[in-house]
Design a binder for this molecule. Structure first.
Ligand code: PLP
Length: 447
């Protein structure tokens, strides 16, 4: 007799696990609580201290306890529209900007609202595919080229689209993410334009997740594909990465300034009204200060990007020294190395998939990573995502106050770095990062 449970899940939820990143974070916390030291490269959290301007703005607004407007408070929407126009040359207007508790629910709402199946780059962020499937869509992965910073070519996009149509699907959405989680890669201006023009020619809506736009390391300019296809592009972003305020849960979506954009906003407002009502009011008021982007905040963000660039580049150099293939990161705080040069040796230890490799690194080397398979990569591709943003505070620094002191000092030092990921005599001290470099060296040389 089939088992009958009182709390029966829907078929869609029966196969859905928690997001790989959040699960890894919890596993690492549990290991630490059990006294097992772990180098945490598994979770991408920007963890610089909050800028005092934002702290003051939040305390000033603490008593504003009423619900905010569905779409977001007008001053914030205006600040975001100006910010996008000024810093990214994207056509934006306050009436076409929506604010929500994080960009994640906005991305999910867009999946619910927009018609058609979804094209996703391989690899891409862990939540896009589950969100699309939850919304009843089919997902088709577009292979990217690891030898060329995992960029997408028109040819590969067209091939995937044709295959999907042959299978009876109807893709009408492409989600891109530049700088990219998991690769740290960024589209060149030519790539951004080519992808946008391909979408335009095929009548595909382009969702540009630009949550890491401010964290370009300095050697490649962030170019939004939306610049080239404003009528068909939606840009999302938020406070989580550039302002190190993920827990504030504040994201935005900027829609095309067209009649279609207006209809989309009506649908988005309807979703907001049934699910989140509004983003937290005091956080929206503090976010208005963030997006007004005074010089102090601009400096803080630039310094954070420089430190992220330095850390990823230093690990990149080590991996390349060890003859591990790895595209050079240009933004955010991720690397996406490919351990296939060790495939035969790994096989002798029974490791043939990215999941087995991640497991081995965690159990034998105390390094927490995420397997490429979580980002839609083939299970046997020996790629891992490494996040470097949790390596800035020495292990023995425990109190929050001490951590803040260390991190502010680090940000101060960013101005002395050349901005190309190199140290050039500055002598930046990141002991945890050095430990990771040594640990990978030990691992590779253990064969
Ligand atoms: N998009 C990407 C690529 C991310 O890495 C993340 C967070 O990890 C998000 C979106 C979600 O950001 P938010 O905090 O705005 O929901």
């Amino acid at each position: 007799m089939p088992e009958c449970t009182l709390l029966q899940l829907t078929p869609a939820m029966q196969n859905l696990a928690s997001s790989a990143t959040l699960s890894m974070n919890e596993a690492v916390k549990a290991r630490k609580a059990a006294g097992r030291k772990t180098i945490h490269l598994g979770f991408g959290e920007a963890s610089f201290p909050l800028h005092p301007l934002l702290k003051e703005a939040l305390s000033r607004a603490a008593t504003h306890t009423g619900y905010g407007p569905l779409q977001g408070i007008p001053t914030l929407r205006k600040a975001i529209a100006n910010y996008l126009e000024r810093t990214r040359q994207i056509a934006a207007a306050p009436e076409y900007v929506a604010v929500a508790p994080g960009s994640k629910p906005l991305l999910y709402a867009l999946m619910q609202i927009l018609d058609g199946d979804v094209l996703l780059p391989i690899p891409s962020w862990v939540s896009y595919a589950p969100q699309a499937r939850l919304a009843g869509k089919q997902v088709f992965g577009v292979e990217s080229d690891p030898a060329d910073a995992h960029t997408l070519t028109r040819e590969r996009l067209s091939n995937t689209l044709a295959q999907a149509r042959q299978q009876g699907a109807s893709p009408r959405i492409l989600v891109v993410n530049t700088p990219s989680n998991p690769t740290g890669g960024m589209f060149s201006s030519q790539d951004a334009e080519a992808i946008a023009m391909w979408c335009k020619a095929e009548g595909i809506t382009l969702i540009c997740d630009e949550i890491y736009a401010e964290l370009a390391h300095g050697w490649r300019e962030h170019v939004s594909p939306a610049r080239f296809y404003p009528e068909g592009s939606i840009v999302t972003g938020g406070l989580s990465k550039a302002f190190s305020a993920g827990g504030w849960r504040l994201g935005y979506a900027s829609l095309p300034i067209t009649d279609d954009g207006k209809r989309l906003m009506t649908a988005l407002r309807a979703m907001a009204s049934e699910i989140w009502s509004s983003a937290t009011t005091p956080v929206q008021e503090a976010a208005t200060v963030a997006y007004t982007y005074p010089p102090e905040l601009e400096r803080y963000v630039r310094r954070s990007a420089t430190i992220h660039g330095y850390a990823t580049n230093r690990l990149y150099e080590k991996l390349v020294d060890l003859r591990i293939d790895c595209p050079q990161p240009a933004g955010a705080f991720y690397l996406y190395p490919d351990f296939s040069p060790l495939r035969t040796k790994l096989q002798k230890r029974g490791i043939t998939t990215s999941e087995e490799l991640a497991h081995h690194l965690l159990e034998e080397w105390d390094i927490a990573t995420l397997p490429g398979v979580a980002f839609g990569d083939r299970p046997d591709a020996l790629r891992l995502r490494l996040a470097t943003s949790m390596l800035y505070v020495p292990e023995d620094v425990e109190s929050e106050e001490e951590k803040d002191v260390v991190l502010w000092e680090l940000l101060e030092q960013a101005d002395r770095l050349p901005g190309n990921g190199k140290d050039e005599g500055v002598g930046l001290k990141l002991p945890e990062l050095e430990r990771v470099r040594e640990r990978f060296e030990g691992f590779v040389k253990s064969f």
